[in-house]
Design a protein. Structure first.
Length: 254
């Protein structure tokens, strides 16, 4: 059993072949798909996805940092409404992104902190999106750290020191296609990070692993990540799948 802890299966890029794509993933051994939210415009698509794949799909709720704009308080109210209305498996993806736009940093920080507090209230993990913002992310985590703060540092691309710091806040590292890139760098130190801190993800349709880099990513390609980690950790494919799926169960509770 392989668990994809982060995949946008509701993406418009899958509208033409979603059923076939999910079946390819199942045929490859992927049986659990955790679905992060972006903003209110995707909520209906997420609920439809869950309805169509009840046994396979597990939804999160949250406001993505790149969707933190002038109306961010309305978007946060949408998140709050839904987490009070029904159960989700995580608050995510949330965080700070300074790659595309730095003008809403203060609002991103507020949204991140607010959603962390909601996650602790609901006893849910957080799924962190971080791009060009490690210092800013760690600054918020430092003020919010507690025994009930835990989750996944999604698409981890930092240094060994940043990896250890993320782990110190009860975060597991979400490892995907970047680990297979020649210039990905994280493969140079991952073997120094205990595999108990690692979960698998694709972030599909984004960040396809080698040899599919540059193409649409899909959950079946997660096997390329498993193969790479098997080399890094000197373990079998089956051992990587088993350990990382257990790690995901420790986070999501299922």
């Amino acid at each position: 059993m392989i668990t994809d802890t982060h995949t946008h299966l509701y993406s418009e890029q899958f509208d033409q072949d979603r059923n076939e794509m999910i079946q390819r993933a199942k045929d490859a051994g992927v049986s659990r798909f955790f679905i992060p939210a972006i903003d209110s415009s995707y909520t209906i698509s997420m609920l439809e996805l869950e309805s169509n794949f009840k046994d396979d799909v597990f939804l999160m709720m949250g406001l993505h940092p790149t969707s933190v704009k002038e109306n961010y308080k309305e978007e946060l109210a949408h998140v709050r409404e839904w987490i009070d209305k029904r159960s989700f498996y995580a608050i995510g993806e949330i965080g700070i992104d300074l790659y595309w736009d730095k003008s809403f940093l203060a609002q991103q920080q507020e949204a991140f902190r607010t959603q962390i507090q909601w996650a602790k209230e609901k006893k849910l993990p957080i799924i962190i999106h971080c791009r060009d913002a490690f210092d800013e992310i760690f600054e918020v985590l430092e003020t919010e750290k507690s025994d009930d703060l835990f989750g996944i540092f999604h698409c981890f691309t930092g240094t060994k020191e940043q990896a250890k710091k993320a782990i110190s806040y009860n975060m597991k590292l979400g490892i995907g296609g970047v680990a297979t890139f020649k210039n990905g760098k994280i493969d140079t130190f991952l073997n120094e990070i205990d595999i108990k801190h690692i979960v698998l993800e694709t972030d599909s349709p984004y960040l396809a692993p080698t040899p599919f880099r540059g193409k649409r990513n899909e959950s079946s390609y997660i096997t390329k990540v498993v193969e790479k980690l098997a080399i890094i950790y000197s373990l079998t494919f089956e051992e990587i799948a088993e350990i990382t799926t257990q790690n995901s169960k420790d986070i999501f509770g299922i």
